[in-house]
Unconditional design. Structure first.
Lengths: 493, 1025
C-alpha cells in the first residue's frame, strides 16, 4: 500500500509537467494571443505603416536630408553652421561616422523591416478573407522593400533581415548590395501579384500601398540595377493601367487639396493633429518637414534645405523661366502663403535668397490645438506619376526606344506647357535627367539620381564627393561597436 | 489478487508486526527509577529524557527530576539526555535506581542543523551554514525575524529599510551578487515564503542560513542569494504539558536629532542669500534676533511610542505525538506619527506531529497571521514627514492661533507642514495570511522513509487609503495656501491583493550505516510549486463626509466616469527534481553532493529546465589517529563548490506584450487608425541568473569545546545576470532583457565563540566578522552603466554600477575647497559664468579647462568593507546579562536630506560655517537664493563615512529561584529589562547610520530623510507552568 501511495504521488506530478510550466501572461495582449482576427492583421500592418512617418528616431532623418541637401540642389541652411553641424559635415562629404542622423535613418528602416516581418510571419496563419490577407501581405512586402531600398541606396549592403530576429541573431554581418537588391526586387514582384489596384480600395483606405506603388518602386529598382527592359515593361503596366494621370495644374500638386490626387503613386500620410512631440513618438501623426523647411523669423520655421543658385539657374537653361520654379522655390518678395512677404529681414536676417516651397504650409493649416509648430500636415510625395513617366522615358531610351522615351518625357513637359524635346541620342538622355531635376526638384530624388546615373563624382566634385566612397554613407559607428565589429565599415570611411 | 485484498494483506502484515512489538514489550518488565540533575549545582533536570537504546520508547523526568521506566532486560542500555548537556549511556546491569548528573555540553558539534530536505549534525557538515537558535532569539526581544540574523551570523548583512513599525529589512547573504533582486530564499517549515513579516519571532525554534553554493544548491534556481531556513517550534515528545506566557512592554524614543538652524539663524542666512542673489531681503527678517528659536519641527514630529507583545504557548507531547499551540499579539507605534504609523500583528500557530502507525507519522505546521500597518510616506526625498521636518523653515509655527495647522509663507511644493501631513494621512494595509503544511512520513523499511508534504501560503490583503479635504489657508475664501498645503477635493482608494501559493513535495530518504564505518544518506525528491497573484482596486473623488470612517467608494458623489479601476493577475510555476548524497567514512572523511533540476514557467521556452550541481568535502583531521593535539578537540577542513540560480526575473520576462497606438492616418478625412506591434522583442532564451561559488572553510573547537572558531573564504561569480544591454538596431525593437551581465563577490568570514564558567558565574563571548567585496564584472557588449540613486536636490543620479566597480557606487564631482576670491576662480577651470567667490571649487579631473560631466569620479562605496557582531552573555546564579553589539565598517552614506533645489529650506547648523568672505571657510559654500555654480551637484561634499558600532541590545534578566516559584506551581519565572539601540558610535551626521536599501538592490546607503530606528526600553516577563 505504501508503495502504491508513493507511485501515485510521484506519477501525478510528472504527468502534468509540461502544461504546468507553460504560463502565459493572464492580463495584456501578448504575441501569443494576438494575431487571431482580421482586425489584428490590419492593426499589425498599420503598425508597419507607422514607421514610414518616422522622421526623428531620435535625430532627424528626413528623406530630403539625403536626397536634396547632399546634392547640388540645396544647402543645409538652419541658423548657422553649428545648427545641425553633422549635417553640414555630411553635405561636404567630411561625414562623421558617429552621427545620430545616420543612426536614426538606420534604426527607422530596420524598425519598419521588423514590423513588416512580423506581419509576414503572423498574418498567414490568421483565418480571414483571402483577398484581404493577400493585400495585407503585399503591403508588408512593399514596406519591407521600401526600407531595404532606403538602406541599400544609403549604405550599400546591410544585414539581411528577412524574418523577425531572435536575440541570438542580432549580430548578423552585412551582405552584398546585390543580395539586398534581390530581396527588394523579389518582395516587389511578389507584392505586385497580390496587391490591389488603387481603384479597388475604398475611400477609407486612401493612402494605402497599391499595386501601382509596388510597380513604381520596382521600376526604380530595375533602373538602379540597369534592368532596362524590365523597367520599361513594368512602367508601361502602370501607364496602361489608367489608374494614374498627371494633374492639369502643377501648382496644385503640393497643396493640401492635392494630397493623394490622381498623380499620387506613393505618398506617406501626415496630418496636423496631435501635439508637438519631439523624438520618435509613435502616436505623432504630424510631419516635421514643414517647420524644418519654413523660413525663420516671422515664418516660425527652422530654415533648412536652402535651394542653391545652381538649382534655380537650371530652371532658366531653356531661355525662359520654367513655370515650375514658382511652385518649387520662394524668391525674395514672394508672399509666403498667409505668413507674410519673404524679405531677408522677415527671416531673421539670414543670408538666404531662396526657400523651399513644396512643403510650405499656411499658418491657417497649422494644428488647431496643442503645440502647432512641429506638426505639419503635408504628405510626403514619394513617387508621383510624372516620376513614373520619366523613369519610363529613361528605361525606354536605354532599350533603344527613343520614340517611347520622348513620348513619356514630353507628356510631363506638356502638362506645364513647355515645348517638346526633340533631341536624340545622349542629348535626349541628358534632357530626361534634366527634366527629373526640375519636375521632381526638392522631392528628395536628386542625390540618389546622381549616384544612380553615375553623374555624382562630376556634379558633386566641388562639394567634396569622391568616387568610390561617397556613393554610400558610412555605417553608423555605434552599430559597428554594438556588434563588436561584425558590421564592417564602408570603404573610405 | 485484486487490489483490495493486496491492501488487506499489507495491513495484516503491519498489524502482526505491531502485535509482535506489543508482545515483546509486555514480556519484559523491569522497572527502573531514578533522578537526573544537572551540573554544576546538582539542580533537578525537568523534562530530561530517558530512553532505552534501540527502542523508541522512553520517559521524561518530572518537575523534581524523577523518572520511572520499564526496560526489557538487564542488558538494556539507558540513554539520559537533556538539551545543552552531554548525553550519558549506562547499562542497566543489576541496578534498579539511577542517580545521574549530566555535565554541560560546551560543544556545539552535536547540534542538529537543518539543511535542505534533511538535518545533519554540525560536526558532519561540509558546507557553510550559520545558525541562530531559539535561545539566542529569546535573549533579545526582536520585532521581526530578520533581526535575529543581524550581527549573529557571519556573512549575513541585515539592515533596517526604515525604522517605522512593520517595515522590511534588507537581508544580503555574502554581499550583493546581482544588480537585480538580491533577497535570499526564505523557507519556513519547508514552505517557500515571500517576506517574513507574518512570522512571530517567538514561534521560531531555529534559523539556519545556507551560505555557500553547495548547501544552497539543493534549492537550485532560487538559491543564488542564499537560503534562510526557519523552523518553528513544535512540541517535544514525552514532555509534560506546559503553558508559558511571555510578554513585554516598552517605550520607544528617537535616538538623536539633528542640529538645525533656529529661526534667528535661518533668517540671518536667508537675508544673506537674498543679498547674494541681488535681491532685497524679506522685510519680516529685518531683525532676526526678534524671531527667537522658532519651531523645532523635529520635536514636532518625534514622539514617545509604545511597543507591546503578549504570547501564550501550550506545548507538550506523549510518546506518540507532540503539539504546540501558540497565540501572539504584537503592537507597535511609530516614533514618527505615533498611531498613524501603528503596526499590529496577531498570530496563531498550531504545530503537531503524531505517529498514526509504527510506519506512518503525520504532522502539521499551520500559522495564521492577521496584520495591520498604518503607513506614512517614508524615506522619500519629496514629501515624507522626515524630509519635511528637516527642511521646513523654523519661522512657521505648527499651528495658528486658532489651533488649526499653519502653512509656510516660504514654501511652495513638497516641503509642507509635516504635522498636518501626518494628520491627513490615512493609509492602512491589512493582511490575513495562512502559511501551513500537512505532511505524512512513511517508514518504508529500515532507514528508508518517504515524506510527502502539501503546503499553502495564502494571503488576502487590502490597502485602504483616504485623502481628506483640507485647506490651511488663513483666509479660506481666498484659499491662498500653497498647493501642498491644501486638498480641495477628498478621495478614496482601495486595493485588494491576493497571493495564493501551493507546493507539493515528495522526498525519499535512505539512511544507512555500514560496518560502523560508512555513513550514507541518500535523498531524492520532487517539488511542484505554483504561485498566483491577483490585484484589483479602484478609487474615486469627492465624498460628502470628510470622516475616514465614511471613506468608501460607494459614498463618493462624483460620477462613475471619474472612478478608476484596475485589475491585474499573474502566475508562475516551478517543478523540480532534486537529489543529495551524504557520505561519511569513519566519521572523518565527509562527502556531499547535490543535484537539482528546476523547470520554471519564468524561463523562456528554450531554457525551460535549469540544472544545478554541487559538491563538498570535509576532513575532520582531529578524528585521525595521528592527531595528538589535546587542546584542539575538533579540527575540520571543508571545501565546496556549487552552482545556484536566481529565478526572480519576473513572471513573463521572456515574452512581450503587443503595444497599441502605433498609428497611421488613412482615408480622405485623415482618420487616425490603430496599429499594434510588440516594441520589445521576446527572449525565448531567457533564463535564471547563475552563480557559481567556491568556498573553503575551517571549523575548530578547543579546550573541550569551550572555544570554537569557524572561518570561510569564498568566491562567488554571478553570470547570466539579467540586463537590458543595448542591442544592434537591426532588431527593430527595444532591447529585451538578456542574460548578459556578470558580477563577482569575494569574502572572508570569521566567527569565534568562547564559553566558560567559574563556579556559578557562566559566560559566553562570541563575535563574528565578515569581509565582502562585490563588483560588477560585465554588463554585456555595449552595456551602459546603470544609474540609480536619484537625488532630487541635484536633479541627478548619485550612484552608478559599472564594470569593475562595487555595486551602486557613488559617482559625482570632486570638491577642492571653496573659491576665496576672483583670481582663484580665474585660475581654475571654467565652472560657470555665474561662479563667484564663496562657491565650491570642483576638480577638473580630465584637465580640459572646463568643469563638465567628464569630471565625475567614484566618490564613495555604500557597501561596508566588513560587518561584525559581538555578543556577551553573563549568568550568575539567577541573574543574566546579555550584551549584543553590531556594526559595519567602511561604508559610505550619501546625505540627501536637504532640498537644495529649494532656496527657502532649513539646513543643518553646519551651514553657519558658511563662507562669508575670504578665509572664512574652505568647505561650506556661501548661501544664495540661486546656485549658478551648482554647489549642490552630486559631489563628495555629501558623502560621509557611514560606519557604526551599535549596542543593539542589552538585557538584564532575573529568573526567580525555583524554591519560590514551586509553591505557585511555576516551572520558570523570569523578568527582564531590555534596552535596544542604546548606544551608537558613528561619525555619520544624520539621524541613523543604519540605512538599508529602499527601492531595489541598487538603492543603497542614500539618506533621503531616513526614518530612524528607535531607542527602546522594555520590561518583560516570561513564565512557564
Amino acid at each position: 500500500m505504501k508503495n502504491t501511495i508513493l507511485c501515485l504521488l510521484c506519477l501525478s506530478f510528472v504527468a502534468c509537467q509540461k502544461e504546468f510550466l507553460d504560463k502565459k501572461p493572464i492580463v495584456g495582449i501578448t504575441e501569443e494571443n494576438f494575431y487571431r482576427t482580421e482586425a489584428d492583421a490590419i492593426a499589425a500592418v498599420n503598425a508597419a505603416y507607422a514607421t514610414l512617418q518616422f522622421q526623428l528616431s531620435p535625430a532627424g532623418h528626413f528623406r530630403w536630408f539625403w536626397g536634396d541637401i547632399m546634392s547640388d540642389d540645396t544647402d543645409k541652411g538652419g541658423s548657422g553652421d553649428n545648427d545641425a553641424a553633422n549635417l553640414l559635415q555630411l553635405e561636404t562629404f567630411k561625414g562623421p561616422t558617429n552621427t545620430d542622423l545616420l543612426e536614426s535613418e538606420w534604426s527607422a528602416n530596420f524598425e519598419g523591416i521588423y514590423r513588416a516581418n512580423v506581419v509576414l510571419e503572423k498574418v498567414p496563419a490568421i483565418e480571414m478573407d483571402p483577398k484581404l490577407k493577400a493585400r495585407i501581405l503585399g503591403e508588408a512586402k512593399v514596406i519591407r522593400a521600401w526600407n531595404f531600398y532606403n538602406l541599400v541606396t544609403m549604405f550599400g549592403g546591410v544585414p539581411f533581415v528577412d524574418h523577425v530576429l531572435a536575440p541570438s541573431e542580432y549580430n548578423l554581418p552585412r551582405v552584398s548590395a546585390d543580395q539586398i537588391w534581390d530581396l527588394v526586387e523579389r518582395d516587389l514582384v511578389e507584392a505586385s501579384a497580390d496587391l490591389w489596384k488603387r481603384s479597388d480600395y475604398t475611400e477609407a483606405d486612401l493612402g494605402r500601398i497599391t499595386l501601382g506603388t509596388a510597380q513604381s518602386l520596382l521600376v526604380k529598382t530595375y533602373l538602379w540595377r540597369k534592368k532596362w527592359a524590365e523597367a520599361k515593361a513594368t512602367a508601361e503596366k502602370i501607364v496602361t493601367s489608367n489608374e494614374y494621370q498627371l494633374v492639369p495644374n502643377y501648382a496644385d500638386i503640393f497643396t493640401l487639396d492635392g494630397e493623394n490626387n490622381i498623380e499620387s503613386v506613393f505618398e506617406i500620410q501626415y496630418m496636423n493633429a496631435s501635439g508637438g512631440n519631439w523624438g520618435k513618438n509613435n502616436a505623432n501623426e504630424g510631419s516635421f518637414t514643414n517647420v524644418f523647411q519654413r523660413a525663420r523669423g516671422q515664418f516660425a520655421g527652422f530654415g533648412f534645405n536652402i535651394p542653391t543658385q545652381n538649382f534655380v539657374d537650371e530652371f532658366f537653361k531653356e531661355g525662359f523661366e520654367d513655370p515650375r520654379l514658382k511652385s518649387t522655390v520662394f524668391r525674395i518678395g514672394d508672399p509666403m502663403g498667409d505668413r507674410g512677404i519673404f524679405t531677408i529681414a522677415a527671416t531673421g536676417d539670414l543670408p538666404f535668397k531662396y526657400y523651399t516651397k513644396k512643403y510650405f504650409n499656411n499658418k491657417s493649416e497649422d494644428a488647431p490645438f496643442g503645440d502647432p509648430s512641429p506638426n505639419g500636415g503635408s504628405n510626403d510625395r514619394v513617387i508621383r506619376f510624372s516620376d513614373v513617366l520619366l523613369m519610363h522615358a529613361e528605361a525606354a531610351f536605354q532599350t533603344g526606344d527613343e520614340t517611347s522615351a520622348k513620348t513619356s518625357l514630353n507628356k510631363v513637359r506638356a502638362r506645364v506647357g513647355i515645348p517638346d524635346v526633340t533631341a536624340t541620342g545622349p542629348e535626349l538622355l541628358e534632357a530626361i535627367y534634366r527634366e527629373r531635376r526640375i519636375e521632381l526638384g526638392l522631392e528628395a530624388h536628386r542625390f540618389f539620381d546622381l549616384v544612380r546615373t553615375g553623374k555624382a563624382p562630376q556634379v558633386l566634385n566641388s562639394q567634396g564627393f569622391k568616387s568610390g566612397t561617397h556613393e554610400v554613407f558610412p555605417i553608423p559607428q555605434s552599430q559597428i561597436l554594438a556588434t563588436g565589429g561584425i558590421l564592417l565599415q564602408n570603404p573610405g570611411y | 489478487m485484486d487490489k483490495n485484498s493486496k491492501k488487506f494483506t499489507a495491513m495484516r502484515l503491519h498489524l502482526s508486526f505491531l502485535f509482535s512489538l506489543l508482545v515483546f514489550a509486555a514480556t519484559a518488565q523491569i522497572k527502573i527509577t531514578g533522578h537526573i540533575s544537572i551540573a554544576p549545582d546538582n539542580e533537578s533536570a525537568i523534562g530530561a529524557t530517558v530512553a532505552v537504546k534501540g527502542i523508541s520508547s522512553g520517559a521524561i523526568t518530572d518537575v523534581d527530576g524523577n523518572f520511572s521506566i520499564q526496560v526489557p532486560d538487564r542488558k538494556a542500555i539507558l540513554v539520559f539526555s537533556y538539551t545543552g548537556y552531554t548525553t550519558q549511556e549506562q547499562e542497566v546491569g543489576d541496578r534498579n535506581v539511577f542517580t545521574i548528573m549530566l555535565a554541560e555540553d560546551a560543544s556545539q558539534l552535536n547540534e542538529v542543523i537543518v539543511t535542505g530536505y534533511g538535518t545533519e549534525k554540525r560536526s558532519n557538515i561540509s558546507g557553510s551554514v550559520s545558525t541562530v537558535s531559539a535561545e539566542e532569539i529569546a535573549e533579545r526581544p526582536i520585532l521581526r525575524v530578520e533581526q535575529a540574523l543581524q550581527g549573529r551570523t557571519a556573512g549575513v548583512q541585515v539592515a533596517q529599510n526604515s525604522g517605522s513599525p512593520g517595515s522590511t529589512l534588507s537581508v544580503r547573504i555574502r554581499g550583493v551578487g546581482t544588480i537585480n533582486n538580491a533577497d535570499p530564499l526564505y523557507i519556513v517549515d519547508g514552505i517557500p515564503v515571500d517576506g517574513l513579516d507574518f512570522l512571530n519571532p517567538n514561534d521560531i525554534e531555529n534559523i539556519n542560513v545556507l551560505k555557500d553554493a553547495a548547501s544552497a544548491a539543493i534549492y537550485g534556481s532560487r538559491g543564488a542569494n542564499g537560503v534562510v531556513l526557519i523552523t518553528t517550534k513544535g512540541g517535544k515528545r514525552n514532555q509534560e504539558g506546559r503553558i508559558s506566557y511571555e510578554s513585554y512592554y516598552g517605550v520607544q524614543r528617537a535616538g538623536r536629532l539633528l542640529d538645525l538652524l533656529d529661526a534667528r539663524e535661518y533668517a540671518t542666512l536667508q537675508n544673506e542669500a537674498y543679498i547674494a542673489a541681488g535681491k532685497t531681503p524679506l522685510p519680516e527678517f529685518a531683525n532676526p534676533e526678534y524671531l527667537g528659536k522658532g519651531t523645532d519641527w523635529q520635536e514636532a514630529i518625534f514622539q514617545k511610542a509604545p511597543i507591546a507583545s503578549h504570547q501564550l504557548t501550550f506545548s507538550g507531547g506523549s510518546e506518540r505525538s507532540a503539539y504546540t499551540v501558540s497565540g501572539n499579539y504584537f503592537s507597535q507605534d511609530g516614533i514618527v506619527g505615533g498611531g498613524k504609523a501603528n503596526f499590529q500583528r496577531a498570530t496563531v500557530r498550531v504545530n503537531g506531529v503524531h505517529d498514526v502507525k509504527k510506519w506512518l507519522t503525520i504532522g502539521n505546521n499551520l500559522g495564521f497571521t492577521w496584520l495591520k500597518r498604518d503607513g506614512l510616506t517614508e524615506n522619500s526625498q519629496y514629501n515624507s514627514p522626515l524630509i519635511r521636518a528637516l527642511n521646513m523653515d523654523p519661522i512657521t509655527p505648527i499651528r495658528k492661533a486658532d489651533g488649526s495647522f499653519a502653512y509656510s509663507n516660504y514654501s511652495s511644493t513638497d516641503i509642507a507642514n509635516p504635522v498636518n501631513g501626518i494628520e491627513q494621512t490615512h493609509s492602512t494595509w491589512r493582511s490575513n495570511r495562512l502559511v501551513g503544511s500537512v505532511y505524512g512520513e512513511l517508514k518504508l523499511a529500515k532507514g528508508l522513509t518517504f515524506r510527502s508534504a502539501l503546503s499553502i501560503d495564502a494571503t488576502f490583503a487590502t490597502q485602504r487609503s483616504f485623502n481628506p479635504k483640507y485647506d490651511l489657508s488663513n483666509i479660506p475664501s481666498l484659499s491662498e495656501a500653497p498647493a501642498a498645503e491644501k486638498a480641495l477635493v477628498n478621495s478614496v482608494g482601495i486595493g485588494n491583493n491576493t497571493w495564493r501559493n501551493w507546493q507539493a513535495e515528495n522526498v525519499l530518504t535512505w539512511q544507512k550505516n555500514f560496518n560502523e564505518k560508512h555513513d550514507l544518506t541518500l535523498i531524492a525528491g520532487t517539488t511542484a510549486l505554483a504561485n498566483r497573484f491577483d490585484a484589483s482596486g479602484g478609487s474615486n473623488t469627492n465624498l460628502p463626509s470628510n470622516d475616514p470612517k465614511d471613506a468608501y467608494i460607494g459614498n463618493t458623489i462624483d460620477p462613475i466616469a471619474s472612478q478608476s479601476a484596475y485589475q491585474w493577475a499573474n502566475e508562475s510555476s516551478l517543478f523540480s527534481y532534486f537529489s543529495k548524497i551524504n557520505y561519511g567514512f569513519n566519521n572523518t572523511y565527509l562527502f556531499s553532493a547535490t543535484f537539482r533540476a528546476d523547470g520554471s514557467s519564468r524561463f523562456g521556452k528554450n531554457n525551460r529546465f535549469g540544472y544545478f550541481p554541487s559538491a563538498s568535502v570535509g576532513w575532520i583531521v582531529s578524528h585521525e589517529d595521528f592527531w595528538k593535539v589535546k587542546a584542539i578537540s575538533f579540527f575540520k577542513i571543508r571545501a565546496s563548490w556549487g552552482q545556484n540560480g536566481n529565478d526572480r526575473i519576473g513572471d513573463y520576462s521572456f515574452t512581450t506584450v503587443v503595444n497599441n497606438g502605433q498609428n497611421y492616418t488613412f482615408g480622405n478625412g485623415e482618420i487616425i487608425t490603430n496599429g499594434a506591434v510588440s516594441l520589445t522583442s521576446a527572449n525565448p532564451d531567457l533564463k535564471w541568473e547563475t552563480s557559481t561559488q567556491t568556498d573553503i572553510g575551517l571549523d575548530l573547537e578547543l579546550f573541550d569545546g569551550r572555544l570554537n572558531f569557524t572561518t570561510d573564504y569564498y568566491v562567488k561569480k554571478t553570470s547570466d545576470m539579467l540586463f537590458a544591454a543595448p542591442i544592434p538596431l537591426i532588431a527593430g525593437t527595444a532591447a529585451p532583457v538578456q542574460n548578459v551581465a556578470t558580477a563577482e563577490n569575494r569574502g572572508l568570514e570569521l566567527a569565534l565563540g568562547y564559553r566558560n564558567a567559574y563556579r556559578a558565574f557562566k559566560y559566553t563571548i562570541g563575535g563574528n566578522i565578515a569581509f565582502v567585496e562585490s563588483k560588477v564584472t560585465g554588463l554585456g557588449r555595449g552595456g551602459e552603466p546603470v544609474l540609480s540613486g536619484f537625488v532630487q536636490s541635484a536633479n541627478a543620479n548619485a550612484a552608478k554600477t559599472d564594470v569593475g566597480q562595487p555595486i551602486a557606487s557613488f559617482f559625482g564631482y570632486v570638491t577642492d575647497g571653496v573659491f576665496q576670491n576672483q583670481s582663484e576662480i580665474e585660475a581654475a577651470a571654467f565652472h560657470s559664468t555665474g561662479t563667484v567667490p564663496g562657491d565650491i571649487r570642483f576638480k577638473d579631473l580630465d584637465g580640459n579647462g572646463l568643469i563638465d560631466a567628464n569630471d565625475r569620479a567614484y566618490i564613495g562605496n555604500p557597501t561596508p568593507r566588513f560587518t561584525y557582531g559581538i555578543n556577551a552573555d553573563f549568568e550568575w546564579r539567577n541573574l543574566t546579562v546579555n550584551l549584543f553589539f553590531q556594526g559595519t565598517q567602511g561604508n559610505d552614506v550619501y546625505v540627501n536630506t536637504t532640498r537644495f533645489d529649494f532656496s527657502y529650506v532649513n539646513r543643518p547648523s553646519s551651514a553657519l560655517n558658511r563662507w562669508t568672505g575670504e578665509g572664512t571657510s574652505n568647505s561650506e559654500p556661501r548661501v544664495s537664493l540661486t546656485d549658478p555654480n551648482q554647489n549642490a551637484r552630486v559631489s563628495d561634499r555629501f558623502v560621509e563615512d557611514g560606519s557604526y558600532l551599535r549596542l543593539k541590545n542589552l538585557q538584564v534578566g532575573y529568573t526567580l529561584p525555583r524554591t519560590w516559584i514551586k509553591k505557585m506551581n511555576f516551572q520558570k519565572f523570569k523578568v527582564y529589562i531590555t534596552g535596544q539601540n542604546l548606544l551608537t558610535v558613528t561619525k555619520y551626521s544624520g539621524l541613523d547610520p543604519e540605512i538599508g536599501n529602499i527601492g531595489g538592490s541598487l538603492e543603497i546607503g542614500i539618506d533621503r530623510g531616513f526614518y530612524p530606528q528607535a531607542r527602546t526600553i522594555m520590561g518583560g516577563l516570561s513564565l512557564t507552568f
